[in-house]
Design a protein around this ligand. Structure first.
Ligand SMILES: [Zn+2]
Length: 448
């Protein structure tokens, strides 16, 4: 302890590294949902970011389309090396602050391995299952203790690592009754021992540090789903409509309202419930309006409202008998064409591809050539996203595609959002420019 000496500890944070096989030119560093800084890769695919007034905690960096977490505190000088082909598996940190960050990677990879192991466990009886999960959890706690013997971490950093281990284990327990029923084909949910959910007593449902952390957030999703199911089973037995998606998801909204106080977390969870409902349930427009009205009463000031209402509107615009939206595209002659001007004389299937994902492209084209034989009356229209213009033309030539049926979007975000492209095999079926099915899947098409 020295009096009057200015603290010379470096207060800035340095985050640098090398991206092998970059998928974009940038690395963007975030704290929660705020951009801290971004850096452009140089000719050797290196980047560096330095910033001041760092608050200790969890950050993540985005190298689109992927992201990963980093834990940073004042004075850190962290170096990253990552190969996008392997992404998580390839990440290695060095420099000051490396230990905790390498451990986070280790935990993520271990958790991926666990997932396939735990799949086998779901058939087990609850007591045995619980014991197995606890074993997996304790192995990781032991690794954490070993790490703490070698390096000193702050309490906050230690708590984060502990939370990663705990919440990943708790997710399995929240899933258990449903996955057990599904894998054993039992008629009803298995009766659980009284202490099965004991960990819930010590849960923090409002942990500000963890709001944007995947294991915690995923846990919250499964936890709310589990509670919603149990609540409905207990309280709604006499109601007719208990099996409807609107009813079940309204339970989730209600529980989120009751259990979660932290506004950002609450908004994110509401968003997740609504997005899941809109994208996965594909309910009728009437039901959807009903559900959206309930959502608006629960969360009138949701910070994701713009995104949510736009998705709702875009989904409405893709309903049968609507015209395709007017989206600007280019044809193979480099001329502008609008989506709603294509295939107006006949039936068509629109599909989407990118030159970046070779495996997906080859699989898609094999499926298209199969469908073309099966349904000769249809046009199959490929819409490319994100491939550079000349590269796109080259692929069309090499793959022997009919250039008349190929178009390209210069604005992938607009295309993706407006047409609600939420998975790789999304397709749209039209007849003379009118939508027949706006949410078709290339591998389960039912065409006339
Ligand atoms: Zn209910």
């Amino acid at each position: 302890m020295s009096c009057g000496v200015v603290d010379k500890q470096v207060s800035s944070v340095y985050f640098a590294g090398e991206i092998v096989n970059p998928t974009t030119e940038y690395v963007v560093l975030y704290k929660d949902d705020q951009v801290i800084d971004s850096a452009k890769l140089d000719a050797r695919n290196r980047f560096n970011i330095r910033f001041n007034n760092a608050s200790e905690g969890l950050y993540h960096f985005d190298h689109s389309p992927q992201f990963h977490y980093v834990y940073l505190e004042k004075g850190d000088s962290l170096n990253l090396r990552l190969n996008t082909i392997e992404f998580d598996e390839s990440i290695v940190f060095s420099g000051k602050g490396a230990e905790i960050n390498n451990f986070i990677v280790e935990l993520f990879l271990a958790n991926e391995e666990d997932e396939s192991i735990v799949e086998q466990y779901f058939t087990l009886e609850p007591k045995v299952f619980n014991k197995k999960i606890e074993q997996l959890r304790k192995e990781k706690i032991r690794l954490l203790e070993e790490l703490l013997e070698e390096v000193s971490l702050s309490d906050r950093a230690t708590a984060l690592l502990k939370a990663t281990i705990d919440y990943n284990a708790f997710i399995y327990k929240e899933k258990y009754p449903f996955y057990h029923r599904a894998t054993t084909h039992e008629n009803r949910l298995h009766k659980l021992p009284n202490n099965f959910y004991d960990y819930r007593k010590e849960l923090s449902l409002n942990n500000r540090d963890l709001i944007y952390f995947r294991p915690y957030y995923n846990f919250m999703k499964y936890h709310l789903g589990n509670l919603a199911y149990m609540e409905c089973e207990k309280n709604c037995k006499d109601l007719i409509n208990t099996s409807s998606a609107v009813h079940f998801n309204e339970h989730k909204l209600k529980l989120t309202e009751a259990l979660v106080q932290e506004k950002k977390l609450k908004d994110n969870l509401y968003r997740n419930i609504v997005m899941h409902y809109l994208l996965k349930v594909k309910d009728s427009p009437e039901n959807t309006n009903l559900f959206m009205n309930t959502f608006y009463t629960y969360s009138p000031n949701n910070r994701h409202m713009g995104e949510i209402t736009k998705l709702h509107k875009d989904i409405q615009e893709l309903q049968p008998q609507k015209k395709l939206p007017r989206i600007e595209l280019l044809n193979t002659n480099g001329m502008g064409v609008h989506l709603n001007e294509i295939a107006l004389e006949k039936s068509a299937v629109f599909y989407f591809w990118s030159g970046r994902y070779q495996k997906h492209l080859n699989r898609t084209l094999a499926q298209i050539s199969q469908l073309e034989k099966q349904y000769p009356n249809y046009s199959f229209i490929g819409i490319n996203r994100n491939t550079e213009y000349n590269e796109w033309l080259k692929i069309i030539r090499e793959k022997g595609l009919n250039p008349k049926n190929q178009f390209r979007s210069e604005n992938f975000e607009e295309l993706k959002n407006t047409l609600v492209i939420d998975h790789l095999n999304k397709s749209i079926v039209t007849h003379k420019g009118f939508i027949i099915n706006g949410f078709a899947d290339l591998y389960s098409l039912r065409l006339k």
